[in-house]
Design a protein around this ligand. Structure first.
Ligand code: NAD
Ligand code: DAU
Length: 364
């Protein structure tokens, strides 16, 4: 039976928590879910604010006393050291990454730098300050893509051999190996979660679901790679965030947990569902939106199927997803329709200027 971490954590009534990548899709949802209900903990969002970041113009978090932002590039070791000296974290939850597979195919260098070198810098910062202290924890947020592709049957288990296909997944695999090596070699307290495809509010519209929603609304083509028969296991983002916090509290040190939604869908079926819901929510003829579908050249090295066996996290930590695909996808469409300002911001160069003007030299 794995050694539990819960006892150690329970002793810390109040933690100083660095959340890397807290201005991105999942990190922002994680902070929105936790900062207010957990006022006993201090949260510091350590983010470079790349193209993928969005803080929102009326960001509620900024006014909370237990939240702060530090604009830091994790590939810059000096900057990482400075913020670690300042915060003296008990817990690091590491989301920051270059996250889009297509971008990694077009330009892999940033993926190697941020995902591998950036993770290495954070591990070094933790090792130098924490040693083997089990009151501390480095929680590494990773992906099911490290396992490569499944055939028609089978599920990814935590023991499945790594077999990444894209520069993105290879860089995430390398970062997982480093995290595990720091535990085995130096005794650094770490945990790793490997999660399936997330969807929900605040996802950058380069990813399948928000791209299709917004293109359908704008009556633009819906580009489907290959035949649209690739399968992903979709998980609503708040379920992922809850799973991470559950593993932090109840998971065992040095252990890996897969997280998934039990929602396997072919891409073509996801797109059809989205067309129908967007049509319903906007009072449009679904046929008009379905006619926007276009089959385009396939992604090189496109993994055919991902599916997660999430029985370990269920059994050892008691986590299960709350949302079904039906409930989560409708909420997601409604969120994009209701948040036009957010959509305009992420699409607009003016917003980047606003971010730099407001957060460019912000260290406090
Ligand atoms: P995202 O691209 O939406 O956000 C990434 C965030 O990291 C952004 O705020 C960006 O500014 C920041 N960042 C990038 N490079 C940085 C650097 N050098 N220094 C500091 N900050 C930097 O990503 P996401 O979809 O929220 O994914 C978050 C994490 O979850 C990633 O590690 C990803 O691999 C993992 N993950 C994502 C999914 C998914 O479906 N999106 C599924 C499983 C795991
Ligand atoms: O599985 C977890 C991973 O899920 C995360 O680690 C990644 O960060 C995240 O981006 C996601 O990767 P995918 O490549 O699966 O997600 P994406 O939304 O880019 O694509 C989902 C599927 O849809 C995939 O089979 C490719 C296809 N696709 C994607 C786009 C953007 C299309 O058919 N057309 C598109 O325009």
């Amino acid at each position: 039976k794995p050694r539990g971490y819960a006892k150690g954590r329970a002793r810390k009534q109040s933690m100083k928590i660095i959340v890397t990548g807290g201005a991105g899709f999942i990190g922002a949802n994680f902070l929105n879910q936790l900062v207010t209900p957990l006022p006993q903990h201090q949260f510091v969002n350590l983010d470079k604010l790349t193209y993928a970041a969005n803080l929102g113009r009326r960001r509620a978090l900024d006014s909370l006393p237990n939240y702060a932002l530090r604009r830091v590039d994790i590939t810059d070791m000096k900057a990482v050291d400075a913020v670690f000296d300042e915060v003296e974290p008990d817990l690091v939850v590491h989301f920051a990454a270059e996250s889009h597979v297509d971008r990694s195919i077009l330009g892999p260098r940033e993926f190697v730098r941020t995902n591998i070198e950036g993770t290495f810098n954070l591990l070094e910062a933790c090792r130098a300050r924490w040693g083997k202290d089990e009151q501390r924890l480095f929680h590494h947020v990773s992906t099911d893509e490290v396992y490569g592709s499944l055939g028609e049957t089978g599920l990814f288990e935590e023991t499945t051999a790594y077999d990444p296909s894209s520069p993105y997944s290879a860089s995430k695999a390398a970062s997982d190996h480093l995290v595990r090596a720091y535990h085995r070699t130096y005794g650094l307290p770490v945990k790793i979660t490997n999660c399936s495809n997330n969807y929900g509010p605040m996802q950058f519209p380069e990813k399948l679901i928000p791209l299709m929603i917004l293109n359908a609304v704008d009556r633009r083509p819906l580009p489907i790679y290959g035949q649209g028969v690739n399968v992903r296991d979709w998980l609503y983002v708040t379920d992922h965030c809850e799973a991470i916090w559950t593993v932090i509290e109840k998971g065992a040190v040095g252990r890996t947990y897969n997280i998934g939604g039990n929602n396997e869908m072919r891409n073509i079926d996801v797109v059809d569902t989205l067309c129908n819901i967007v049509a319903e929510e906007t009072g449009t003829d679904p046929g008009e939106l379905l006619a926007l579908k276009e089959f385009v050249t396939d992604r090189p090295g496109h993994d055919m199927r991902y599916a997660i066996d999430a029985s370990r996290i269920a059994k050892e930590c008691g986590w299960e997803p709350k949302e079904t695909f039906d409930t989560g996808i409708r909420k997601t469409v409604q969120w994009y329709l209701a948040n036009q300002e957010w959509v305009n911001d992420v699409r607009s160069g003016e917003y980047r200027k606003w971010m730099d003007a407001n957060y460019g030299d912000r260290t406090g």
